[in-house]
Design a protein around this ligand. Structure first.
Ligand code: A3P
Length: 313
């Protein structure tokens, strides 16, 4: 690994910040906060790095065109999907990113936060030639699982409300049957396994990345001490701290649920409650031994004895 004397954000080749996290780990909050920095351009989830070339991304992740269009809006050069297709078709992914960098002002950095980047090591490997800064966010797995279950419950309620009358009448019964046969437990276990896999991938990859090109933060710190946490992120990258990054006044747009946190616009402040409120519903003793082991290795904070156990719906 090359030792650098210049901080990452002050090197001419530094144009990309990858936010690595499992889903439901405060990544939208991080993206939004960083997007207020004058040097950072921070669109919704791009998903680009998951695919070897533009054409595969375009056919297999059509919804993410929305994020690419948002990027061009943010850099003040709006384009249509047709224009982007003719400009980027057939390009390999690294070349697509280089084209995007060419549209950004000098010194600007693209923030690419897409939790699905943790699903395969090959995605992380693909980013290497672009020499990004890697910002890893780790959230307690029960926070992730609890958040995931609440979203799934809400989707189910919405489907039942929107469904036909017989389906609506049967919804409480079908819900009870599903709960009885363990499908909710199975859903939680699948989410746990995904957390483990993603964080194993991040860890394995980051072990091969220079220390001055990465930082790990914890969701619980982000929501309980947002000021010092964001200051630490700026410092690690070599970015000047700027006032107003944590300003939550004014309305925030509703996220496309496929491209970010669907509840993000409902927050009026940075709220510390999500850090440990899962503890009102879940216990660490439920977790698999390999999850507990990985938590220890990743220095995840276990439930503090003093946590207030109040639950949101
Ligand atoms: P909960 O569902 O537990 O509340 P992501 O963007 O990675 O999907 O993360 C979503 C999580 O970030 C949600 O967890 C959400 O509440 C939390 N979050 C988003 N904005 C927040 C804010 N302003 N304050 C505290 N937590 C926030």
């Amino acid at each position: 690994m090359v030792a650098h004397t210049v901080p990452w954000a002050q090197r001419p080749e530094s144009r990309l910040l990858l936010v690595l996290s499992s889903e439901r780990s405060g990544s939208t909050l991080m993206r939004y906060t960083l997007g207020r920095h004058s040097r950072l351009v921070s669109p919704s989830e791009l998903f680009l790095m998951r695919f070897p070339e533009y054409d595969a991304w375009r056919t297999r992740k059509a919804v993410a065109m929305h994020s690419l269009l948002e990027f061009f809006e943010l850099v003040g050069q709006p384009k249509s999907a047709e224009e982007l297709d003719s400009m980027l078709a057939t390009l390999e992914t690294a070349e697509v990113y280089r084209r995007l960098f060419g549209f950004m002002p000098d010194g600007a950095i693209l923030v690419d936060k897409t939790p699905a980047y943790g699903n395969e090591l090959s995605t992380l490997e693909r980013s290497r030639p672009l020499a990004p800064f890697y910002l890893r966010i780790i959230r307690h797995p029960l926070g992730v699982i609890d958040s995931h279950l609440r979203i799934k419950d809400r989707e189910k309620r919405q489907r039942a409300e929107e469904g036909s009358l017989p389906r609506r009448l049967l919804a409480p019964l079908t819900g009870a049957i599903r709960r009885l046969n363990g499908s909710r437990e199975a859903l939680a276990r699948r989410r746990e396994a995904k957390w483990v896999q993603q964080h194993r991938n991040f860890r394995q990859f980051l072990e091969t990345v220079a220390a001055d090109q990465q930082l790990t933060i914890y969701f619980e710190d982000l929501v309980q001490q947002p000021g010092p946490t964001i200051a630490a992120v700026c410092r690690a990258m070599g970015l000047a701290e700027e006032p107003g990054l944590l300003d939550f006044s004014g309305a925030r747009p509703e996220m496309n649920p496929h491209l970010g946190d669907p509840n993000f616009h409902t927050h009026t402040t940075i709220d510390s409650a999500p850090a440990f409120e899962w503890a009102a519903r879940m216990s660490e003793s439920w977790l698999m031994p390999q999850t507990l082991q990985l938590m220890k290795e990743l220095r995840v904070r276990f439930l503090p004895a003093s946590a207030t156990l109040t639950a949101r719906a």
